[in-house]
Ligand binder design. Sequence first.
Ligand code: PLP
Ligand code: THR
Length: 354
Amino acid sequence: MTDAILTTPFLYDFRSDNVAGAAPEVVNALAAAAVGSADPYGQDPLTAGVTRRLSALFEAEVTVFPVATGTAANALALSALVPPYGAVYCHQESHIHVDECGAPEMATGGAKLVPLAGQGGKLTPAALTEALAGAGIGVAHRVQPAALSLTQATEAGTVYRPQEVAALSDVAHAHGMAVHMDGARFANAVARLGCAPAEVTWKAGVDVLSLGGTKGGCLAAEAVVFFNPALAEDFGFLRKRAGHLVSKGRFLSAQLDAWLADDLWLRLARHANAMADRLSQGLAALPGAELAHPVEANEVFVRLPAAVADGLEAAGYRFYRWEGDLLRLVTAFDTPQAVVNSFLKIAKDLSEKA
Ligand SMILES: Cc1ncc(COP(=O)(O)O)c(C=O)c1O
Ligand SMILES: C[C@@H](O)[C@H](N)C(=O)O
């Protein structure tokens, strides 16, 4: 990303779904919740309502703790699963390993993240089994396997199928490990899979989910969702001592309540995914273009001829130069189709001139 791009007006920002706005339904709900008084620290009716909504959505009694960021959700969830001498097995490109500045390690009191390779941002049972062979179990000098963390949708924009989650959970549970799911883009995954949320979580062995609302249309709202109540027993203390128990908790819950109502969360995710499909199909048709991963959620990883990538930036579009010549473009719940069409037309024109 050249400096000039950061200071000039831009046509559209494909860098991340973190740059997107907020859904009007969520903003209106927040405004409505701002009237009058309400019990603080999550004792309000909206927070109770979110727990009811998520219990219905996941077809199970769940324990829910709203927090303000995905990093807090992940780090604190892992702190409930992993002792300071524990190990968390994750993908080498996972957000908890690459982009949380040591938050999981701090929150767990020093647990070790063990990054594993895997195609398309996904772990496999074979890689996990190999990593666990002789690791920790019965060996007092090593960190002790304590949790598996999966990202759904992954940082590569791919999606685990329910059977893939179940196979990985089976390995984790056979080694006495809990299963955490980083669901910052869980909505995008479920929108793609078309399955019930329970199928790709607790019914597939997931013990705790960091459910992301922020990228999906909330202003800032995430929820740690425990499917195994025994693991949630101390979480309230862990959240409070980390400074993540929001005093006016109704404002997190108002966002989540509106986002979950009437399947808004899925409708918004379907739009983001559809825009990524359109974007990736148009780019893949260009000479010299190459998609690095299947596009299964709202992230497109693509290699383009330099003249095309540079020309798109010069035209005013923003996107990340991810690694080497790889570009990352992310669509959001509010990405206009007209923007995608214009982007693709300019890309095609640049490609024909190159
Ligand atoms: C896969 C994934 N997990 C977790 C997070 C953390 O979210 P936050 O930036 O709100 O801490 C992000 C952020 O974009 C993410 O992409
Ligand atoms: C870059 C990464 O940290 C951020 N979570 C994103 O996806 O935009």
